[in-house]
Every structure is written in structure tokens, then in C-alpha cells.
Design a protein around this ligand. Structure first.
Ligand SMILES: [Mg+2]
Length: 376
């Protein structure tokens, strides 16, 4: 079997209301899917994270089609470990990685390609990806509604309550007045029994600033604080964790097992959140999960993209004993909610139910929706 083509497909969905975070707003949901074709007529689909900046999609298309395609064209797509190392070396250990310093975009590109390779492997062997990863450890995966706040989000909370969600994550880091107002609103809407988490998206500068805010927020009975400070400020993260006000989660901005090694060795997190479309694909996220297990930590994949990334994350969660729950963006995004015509999972009462075995990623994409949203 040989790889005959590698393409990056840019999809745009224009939002009525931008998605706001502590570091900026997203007026368009731009996602990039990776498609790999082979000489046996089997194609694989993957996803690379491209939410920020708004020009990331164009950069990613060039990185995938000029940086990665020549490295893997003509190779056997079933040799995923070999191809992962080949891509990693060609990008990260070349002028691109060593001099450009663009480890994030490069690893995001590798991630999308890696996911598509697993899809091909599963289709070739007529096996779901979770089976290839060791088989199911569960039949149901709890989800939480994410991306809520800081303004005009009540409708999305209500929709999520109606879908049966029992866990919710609010964005904070917008100043204590707005944060406290939103924490009040959230607790009023979801009640005392449902889980509430907060995410500051690296919004506070250091441990002192974070702890000052967390002391004010802890009365809302919070499951965890996610990314309280910049992801590389390990000393600050450690101080925040050691304060014991609430568990600390993070990992969406940590790339490859090599960076996670520092995170684990410094014991800065209580919950590990690698993003399968960022950290290095299914191959690398699997290593990170194993490392987390060895450190006695649960893992809850970060995901803020399309249904392709969601499906890939569910395969990993389905086959990982230390999986906790799946993040689901509650903002309107048809690329997440309407993209799949068929899937190996369904959603019931706030959980993903794993259903019939289907080969590869176990999804069939809506061709009409893809055509409507594809940038030309
Ligand atoms: Mg986050």
C-alpha cells in the first residue's frame, strides 16, 4: 500500500456571535481537515487544530502540503510509528523546527496527518481504531459542555441542560467582577449538583494573581481550574496546585511526550488534557496517556474543533483506563454537530455511547456540508 496524495481542506463557518476567550475572539470557525489517499482506493481523514490565529489555516495548508507531503508520499501508510518519527525528524529536527521555532503549528500538522493514518490502518484491517489501540475499556464516556462565557452564553447552557449534560466549563480571566457574575449565573442555571469547572486560558500572569482569584471563586464548588497561567510557567502552576484550593488541569498547549515529561516530572497538574489534534495525533496522545497513568493522573482530552477530532479523541478515551471525560464545545458549530452522517457513537443524556464497530475512525462525513463550507 502506498500514499498517493496528502491534502489539507480548509472549512469556514461564519458565526453570528464570536467565541470569546481571555486572549481573543474567534468570529469564524475555521477548521482544517487532512485527507490522505492511497493506491488501494482507501482514504483517511484527520484534523489539525487551527483556531488561532485567523491565518493559521493558510499556514497549515502549506505546512502539510509542502512540508509533510513530500516526506510521506509513496510510503506505506500502515507503518505509522515509522512515519511519525520520519515526520517529526523532517519538521522538528530541521530548520523548520530548530530555527523557525514553530513547534506548535508543526506538531498540529503532524497530528492531522497521524490521525488520517490511523483511519487508513483501521479501514485496511476492517477494525475500529480503539480496537487497534487495545480495545474498549468502557462503553460510555461522560461529556462536559465547554466554551461557555463570558457573554451571551445562557442559551448554550440551556441547550446543554436539555441534552442532559451534568458537567459544564465556564471561561474566566475577564476580571473578578465579570467572572463572579458568570459563576453566579452558572450555578443558578445548573444547580448545586452538576459539575462546574473553570478555564482561564492562561489568562493570569503568575501564581499570586491566579491564587487571588481562585480564593474568591472556590465557594462555587469547582471541579478544577484549567490553564490558570501560561502553560510553560511550571513553577507557578506547581504553586497553584500546591495551594490546594482546587485541582489544576492543563495540557492543550503542551506538545509531544517530550514536553509532557517536564509537566509530569514537575508534578504541576492534577488532570492532563492533551489535544489529539495538537500534541502529535493519536500516536503521541496515546504515549501521553500512558505517562499520565504512570503518574497516577486522569486524562480528559482537550477538543475545540470538528467531529473528526472528537471521534479520534473518543477512540483514545474508549481504550484508555485513566480516561475521565470528553470536552464538547457548546457554541454553535455545524462542523462539530452536523458533520457526521454515520458514527460509531451516539450521544445520550450527557454521555457518548459507543455503538456498532466501524472500521477506522468509524465516521462518514456529510459531503454536502463539506462542499458548502470548503474555502475555495
Ligand atoms: Mg482550555
Amino acid at each position: 500500500m502506498k500514499i498517493t496524495d496528502v491534502k489539507a481542506v480548509i472549512l469556514d463557518y461564519h458565526l453570528e456571535k464570536p467565541v470569546e476567550t481571555s486572549f481573543g475572539a474567534m468570529p469564524v470557525r475555521t477548521n482544517v481537515l487532512i485527507r490522505i489517499d492511497t493506491d488501494e482506493g482507501i482514504s483517511g481523514i484527520g484534523e489539525t487544530w487551527t483556531n488561532f490565529p485567523h491565518w493559521a489555516a493558510e499556514e497549515r495548508k502549506i505546512t502539510v502540503e509542502k512540508g509533510i507531503k513530500p516526506v510521506i508520499l509513496g510510503e506505506n501508510p500502515l507503518n505509522i510509528s515509522y512515519l511519525w518519527e520520519k515526520m517529526y525528524r523532517a519538521l522538528m529536527k530541521s530548520g523548520a523546527g530548530l530555527q523557525w521555532g514553530a513547534k506548535g503549528p508543526l506538531m498540529q500538522a503532524v497530528s492531522g496527518v497521524d490521525i488520517a493514518l490511523w483511519d487508513i490502518l483501521g479501514k485496511k484491517l476492517a477494525s475500529p481504531v480503539y480496537q487497534l489501540l487495545g480495545g474498549k475499556v468502557c462503553t460510555e464516556i461522560k461529556a462536559y459542555a465547554s466554551g461557555l462565557g463570558p457573554r451571551d452564553y445562557e442559551e448554550y447552557v440551556q441547550n446543554s441542560l436539555e441534552k442532559g449534560y451534568t458537567a459544564f466549563k465556564l471561561k474566566v480571566g475577564f476580571g473578578k467582577d465579570l467572572d463572579l457574575h458568570n459563576l453566579n449565573t452558572m450555578r443558578r442555571m445548573i444547580g448545586d449538583d452538576r459539575m462546574l469547572m473553570i478555564d482561564s486560558n492562561q489568562g493570569w500572569n503568575d501564581a499570586d494573581e491566579a491564587v487571588r482569584h481562585l480564593k474568591l471563586y472556590e465557594k462555587y464548588n469547582l471541579e478544577f481550574i484549567e490553564e490558570p497561567v501560561p502553560a510553560d510557567r511550571l513553577e507557578d502552576l506547581k504553586k497553584i496546585k500546591d495551594c490546594g484550593i482546587m485541582p489544576v488541569a492543563g495540557g492543550e498547549n503542551v506538545y509531544t511526550r517530550f514536553e509532557f515529561k517536564k509537566v509530569f516530572a514537575n508534578e504541576v497538574l492534577n488532570i492532563v488534557q492533551p489535544d489529539i489534534t495538537k500534541t502529535g495525533g493519536i500516536s503521541e496522545a496515546r504515549h501521553v496517556c500512558s505517562m499520565a497513568r504512570a503518574w497516577g493522573l486522569p486524562f480528559a482530552p482537550h477538543m475545540f474543533g470538528t467531529a473528526v477530532g472528537l471521534a479520534a479523541s473518543l477512540h483514545l478515551l474508549a481504550s484508555t483506563p485513566n480516561g475521565l471525560y470528553m470536552e464538547v464545545d457548546a457554541n454553535p458549530n455545524p462542523l462539530l454537530t452536523d458533520l457526521l452522517e454515520e458514527a460509531f457513537f451516539s450521544f445520550q443524556n450527557g454521555s457518548f455511547i459507543l455503538g456498532e464497530d466501524k472500521p477506522g475512525l468509524g465516521i462518514k462525513l456529510d459531503a454536502d456540508l463539506l462542499k458548502d463550507l470548503e474555502r475555495r
